[in-house]
Ligand binder design. Structure first.
Ligand code: BES
Ligand code: ZN
Length: 419
């Protein structure tokens, strides 16, 4: 991991022994919009759409997938916004391995079928006879056909992908095509071990067509599996007031998005809320009580937040009163607040009508989790699942909901610092 620009203060937050503490207990508060800000605050919010502008600016860049130029452009935008608000910034970089498919396909008689390499598949191009395996590719199913030296095609379902591929390998197949058990495409399939042969997924429609053709006449296909593990560099944007080396609170949210999705709600919304809380407190003593962080690579497995807690000293983490994470806060009327029991109690004081929602914050993993795993009390602000989640349609959010989240976040931040 490297950090730019180098400051002595950052060196205090160095890699040390990982203190694995029991994750804090989780509870969820449910706050309806009717219990949100006072009339005065609402009036102010109506004329303040900076967070909404940030969401639009981030969305207009396109998907912010970690390790891509667009993601880096987004990090620069976020950095500039914090600087304009009077904060120092540093970029914390980290690397991790990610499986990337640079375009996989099947080809036969001059036509090409879109395929997706499985994580754990070997890369490679090969040609061979396509053999349809009956049922779902159990070991017994492979005894009914001869896939030796051939490419096996098998349907998704009933048993794990890994088991199908293991059975195909045992029977001597040189490649495997798994077709979906629904008409649409089969993407981002994962094998729990790495195989020496290429494995790709195709749509149920394409699979049915190929199966039918193998029943009519022997079929040869070209298989091109083009997925491999690549090293990705992620970039957390950390904003702080000059000289603040030990904040009381971390306020964060991830700014990366999944492939193909502009990530308005997931999570330009949280990024913009964190940024706007920073703007609103910038001229007050509160600004010195927090570090504001736009985490990267959350969608690839919470890499940014994990890199952050792993680089922090146990002392830095133990002196935190809490970590507030905002993820998906621009759609759905109900603001949900989950978190460690001591902090949800506090959230309830700020929002007296808040109701206990559930015993754990199981509704989606996010960047609070690595903090909780290190024993830092956490609060997770979110508005729950929605139809456009992780799709190309995650294009817009409700500015009113952003502002309500900002106000609630601010109130709880103040309370947490004065606690
Ligand atoms: N924003 C989601 C988590 C989420 C989902 C929050 C629904 C609130 C409601 C997050 O970006 C995400 O997609 N997380 C993944 C797990 C992560 C480790 C890749 C998930 O929940 O599947
Ligand atoms: Zn998210």
């Amino acid at each position: 991991m490297s950090v730019r620009p180098q400051t002595k203060s950052w060196l205090k937050v160095v890699l040390t022994t990982i203190l694995l503490l029991t994750p804090t207990a989780c509870a969820v508060q449910n706050i309806t919009t009717a219990q949100q800000p006072t009339v005065k605050q609402r009036t102010q919010n109506q004329t303040d759409n900076q967070a909404y502008t940030d969401v639009q600016n981030l969305v207009n860049m396109g998907p912010r997938v970690a390790g891509t130029p667009t993601n880096e452009k987004a990090s620069t935008y976020i950095e500039q916004q914090y600087r304009q608000a009077g904060y120092r910034t540093r970029i914390q970089t980290f690397t991790y391995s990610k499986f990337r498919d640079a375009g996989s396909s099947l080809a036969l008689d001059g036509t090409t079928i879109k395929a997706n390499a499985f994580r754990g598949s070997a890369p490679g191009k090969l040609s061979g006879k396509l053999v349809a395996v009956p049922n779902f590719g159990r070991a017994n199913d492979f005894t009914k056909v001869n896939v030796e030296g051939a490419i096996a095609i098998v349907k998704r379902g009933e048993i794990r992908f890994t088991e199908k591929v293991q059975n195909a390998t045992n029977a001597g197949a040189i490649g495997v095509v798994i077709f979906n058990n629904k008409p649409d495409s089969l993407s981002s399939g994962t094998l729990t071990q790495t195989f020496k042969i290429p494995v790709v997924g195709i749509s149920g429609d394409d699979g049915d067509t190929l199966i039918t053709r193998t029943q009519i006449a022997p079929l040869n296909i070209d298989l091109n599996a083009n997925g491999r593990n690549v090293d990705v560099t992620g970039r957390n944007v950390i904003a702080y007031q000059e000289g603040v080396t030990q904040p009381q609170v971390i306020i964060g949210g991830h700014y990366d998005s999944v492939e193909g999705s502009p990530g308005a709600n997931d999570n330009a919304s949280g990024t913009a809320v964190v940024l706007d809380i920073a703007r609103k407190v910038s001229q007050t003593p509160l600004a010195r009580q927090a570090w504001f962080i736009a985490f990267d690579a959350e969608e690839d497995g919470l890499h940014g937040s994990r890199a952050f807690v792993n680089a922090a000293t146990p002392q830095f983490l133990s002196e935190l009163k809490g970590m507030m994470n905002f993820d998906m806060v621009g759609v759905n009327n109900k603001l949900l607040i989950g978190g460690s029991s001591e902090l949800t109690k506090l959230a309830k004081v700020v929002q007296p009508q808040a109701q206990l929602y559930g015993a754990n914050c199981a509704n989606g993993a996010s960047d609070h989790a690595p903090f909780a795993a290190k024993g830092v009390p956490i609060l997770f602000f979110y508005r729950g699942m929605e139809a456009n989640y992780h799709t190309p349609n995650d294009k817009t959010v409700d500015p009113k909901l952003l502002n309500e989240t900002i106000q609630t976040g601010l109130d709880i931040f103040k309370r947490l610092v004065n606690n």
